[in-house]
Ligand binder design. Structure first.
Ligand SMILES: Nc1ncnc2c1ncn2[C@@H]1O[C@H](COP(=O)(O)OP(=O)(O)O)[C@@H](O)[C@H]1O
Ligand SMILES: [Mg+2]
Length: 328
């Protein structure tokens, strides 16, 4: 049972020591036209062993949240607890490994030397060869850091994050610069690491990445959490696609009953299907109604979905900085 579940059952406020707890976090930056309210009061509790995606469009406040979680920046309000400790303390103890959005590798060292240097900074590091093994870098250990491909560089950055043998791994958009193959490789390495019972929090603006690599997604938009739950639920809420086709003489309810379809509308001869799984829907549609034509499938962008969930993007009511209740 998770710490959070115990806290809820007892009805008491127990400081969760087994995971991450962000309470009432607020952070603004100074902008040319007044304060930029990057994080506006968020509540997050992550149990040990969970893999959680922090999902949101650019500018949502993901990196700002992660920086506070790692103790790299100080919140204007609220508290952070990582395994029951303040973040800096947890990081210094080697309990937290992080891969940030920016940051290159020290040049003119071999991969093995760099990973070894990092390991020497921590009390209970992973064996360097094991860190190279886990990240698929056995064959790359002797290479100079400035001669690596994009995918190799990200794997070295990943090795640097895990060589302290952390219980919590924090990744801020780790695959942004990678091609499809690089992404696939990266996530498979990450999942293998997570399977060792580690707690993982990663930021992404790709719904697909959250869906395939996390158990739970926390949706952020405009500095707030707008949804928090199993990725399957989140996907059903924001991952819809619209399928349009010309198809007279078929009633709306049979269309709404097609696999993968959440709702159906008809406008004259045109039908509009809102799909949870448009691949499934299009196959079923063509099989059952081969006369369907002028077919179009469009994906609502994540930005649009977030806007729908959050309402006005910059609503600044009197409660704007109050913590928002999650859906969990
Ligand atoms: N150092 C900074 N100075 C001023 N504004 C910042 C700074 N860092 C981030 N911001 C602003 O704060 C908001 C949230 O940014 P960020 O946390 O980086 O979002 P995300 O990681 O979700 O893309 C954005 O409006 C961004 O422009
Ligand atoms: Mg960011």
């Amino acid at each position: 049972m998770t710490t959070q579940a115990i806290a809820q059952l007892d009805g008491a406020t127990i400081e969760p020591s087994g995971g991450v707890c962000l309470h009432g976090l607020v952070k603004s930056y100074r902008g040319p036209e007044g304060p930029i309210r990057a994080v506006r009061g968020i509540e997050v509790s992550i149990a040990a062993g969970e893999t959680v995606a922090l999902l949101g469009p650019n500018g949502a406040g993901k990196s700002t949240t992660i920086d506070m979680l790692l103790g790299l920046s100080k919140p204007d309000g609220g508290t952070v607890s990582v395994f029951g400790r303040p973040p800096r303390e947890a990081v210094d103890a080697g309990l937290v490994g992080a891969m940030l959005q920016t940051g290159g590798l020290i040049r003119d060292l071999s991969v093995r030397e760099l990973v070894g240097m990092m390991a020497s900074l921590y009390p209970d590091p992973m064996d360097v060869e094991e860190a190279l093994e886990v990240t698929g870098l056995n064959a790359t250990g002797g290479q100079r850091t400035h001669k690596l491909s994009g995918g190799q560089t990200q794997r070295v950055r990943f090795a640097l994050a895990i060589v302290c043998n952390p219980d919590l791994l924090v990744l801020d958009e780790p695959t942004v610069a990678l091609d499809v193959e690089g992404r696939r490789e990266f996530w498979s390495i990450m999942r293998e690491f997570a399977a060792r019972g580690k707690t993982v929090l990663f930021a992404t603006h790709y719904l697909e990445e959250a869906d395939s690599n996390a158990d739970r997604a926390i949706l952020m938009a405009h500095g707030r959490i707008v949804a928090d739950g199993p990725t399957t639920e989140i996907k059903a809420r924001v991952g819809r696609r619209t399928l349009r086709a010309t198809l007279p003489d078929v009633n709306q309810s049979s269309l709404a009953g097609l696999p993968g379809v959440a709702a159906a509308e008809r406008h004259g001869a045109v039908v509009i299907l809102s799909c949870i799984d448009s691949d499934q829907s299009i196959r079923a549609l063509l099989e059952q109604y081969p006369a369907a034509k002028d077919i179009e499938i469009t994906g609502g962008s994540l930005e649009d979905a977030f806007l729908e969930l959050t309402g006005e993007p910059d609503a600044d009511g009197p409660d704007a900085d109050k913590p928002q209740p999650g859906t969990r």
